[in-house]
Design a protein around this ligand. Structure first.
Ligand code: GDP
Length: 365
């Protein structure tokens, strides 16, 4: 499964947020294939559509889809030189598919800040610099190898040489690889390099309890937003302490609590949705009398692969996918009416599954 890694300097609220994630935890029995690791927290992906489908179909059971966060502790200044748990940190970050960087925006005299003052841009730059330095090292190693081949006029090597030069130049100017522009062809090579700063990234601004309702009143949040806008990254505002409390509540209590706080959605729910999108994930549904269920897929896959997410037999014996979009089904009110209206399509092997599709797979056993 794809996972988003939670990183941040010490004392910014990472553990508090990760605690909220494990507390809110998905019902493990529903996800037997999920990763079992104390550093991985599995959460249900909030989706209003699933509630609506449940109302329509009235199944015995409803199962949301899940998402994994990985807690990556140990970044300090100098990590790329092996300071602290530097090397370990970098190898852990190499294994995640996206990065959620927690940034301290709350003031609290009782909680030490590693640099002595709360300065979110400084903090972000410390971490980003470590990742840039680590990438520079990887790129330089490769550069020397490719340079030799390029001198011998090896065509492929020449192309890669040019690309590496561009990345190197960017990194040397403090630009993360995700902020550079590449051709489609280059994009493929870049992926193969597995660079840390090429991973999709979002910033999690951790504010204090009394700021959640109006986070823009916090100057630090404003600064983080400006910084993120420059690299087209998203910012999610949370109060990690409040998220920890929310995670312990029952669904009805949770709604009331949020209302009291003056917000419509918890920070964690926003973070889950944003991370899901950041990774290019989407959801399709199966809706039967036994079970209404949401399934995660990578945008762009075809119907047989989507069937394979449920069971490998579904993919091997795939015949077709009876598909109706969520909107059409809700409009119709039930499957029979949707069918009468011609909204239920029979899709074949080449169909590219869309977010919100409600699918019934037909397959040979
Ligand atoms: P980590 O080192 O990044 O994992 O940070 P922790 O999660 O351990 O948090 C460091 C300290 O900051 C702890 O005492 C937390 O209770 C406190 N803290 C975390 N989030 C918040 C918050 O939203 N508001 C306030 N006031 N304190 C927080």
């Amino acid at each position: 499964a794809l996972t988003a890694g939670i990183v941040g300097l010490p004392n910014v609220g990472k553990s508090t947020l990760f605690n909220a994630i494990t507390q809110a935890g998905a019902e493990a029995a529903n996800y037997p294939f999920a990763t079992i690791d104390p550093n991985v927290g599995i959460v249900e992906v909030p989706d209003e559509r699933l509630n609506k489908l449940t109302e329509l179909v009235k199944p015995k059971k409803t199962v949301p889809t899940a998402f994994e966060f990985t807690d990556i502790a140990g970044i300090v200044k100098g990590a790329s030189k092996g300071e602290g748990l530097g090397n370990q940190f970098l190898s852990h970050i190499r294994q995640v598919d996206a990065i959620c960087q927690v940034v301290r925006c709350f003031e609290d005299e009782n909680i030490t800040h590693v640099s002595g003052k709360v300065d979110p841009i400084d903090d972000i730059e410390i971490i980003n610099l470590e990742l840039i330095l680590a990438d520079l090292e990887s790129v330089n190693k490769r550069f020397h190898r490719v340079e030799k081949l390029a001198r011998q006029k090896d065509k492929e090597a020449l192309v890669e040489y040019e690309l590496l030069n561009k990345i190197k130049e960017g990194l040397e100017n403090d630009q993360p690889v995700r902020a550079l522009e590449f051709t489609e062809e280059q994009e493929k090579t870049v992926k193969g390099l597995h660079l840390l700063t090429s991973k999709p990234t979002l910033y999690v601004a951790n504010v204090s309890e009394d700021e959640v309702a109006d986070p823009d009143s916090n100057e630090n949040v404003q600064k983080v937003k400006e910084y993120a806008a420059n690299e087209n990254a998203e910012v999610i505002v949370v109060c990690a302490r409040i998220e920890e409390e929310i995670a312990e509540l029952e669904p009805e209590e949770k709604e009331e609590f949020l209302e009291d706080l003056g917000i419509s959605e918890s920070g964690l729910d926003k973070l889950i949705k944003a991370s899901y999108n950041l990774l290019g994930l989407a959801t399709y549904f199966t809706a039967g009398e036994q079970e209404v269920r949401a399934w995660t897929f990578r945008q762009g896959i075809k119907a047989p692969q989507a069937a394979g997410i449920i069971h490998t037999d579904f993919e091997r014996g795939f015949i077709r996918a009876e598909t109706v979009s969520y909107e059409d089904l809700v409009d119709a009110g039930n499957m029979a009416t949707a069918r009468e209206r011609g909204k239920v399509r029979l899709e074949g092997k080449e169909y590219i599954v869309q977010d919100g599709d409600v699918i019934h797979f037909r397959f040979n056993v």
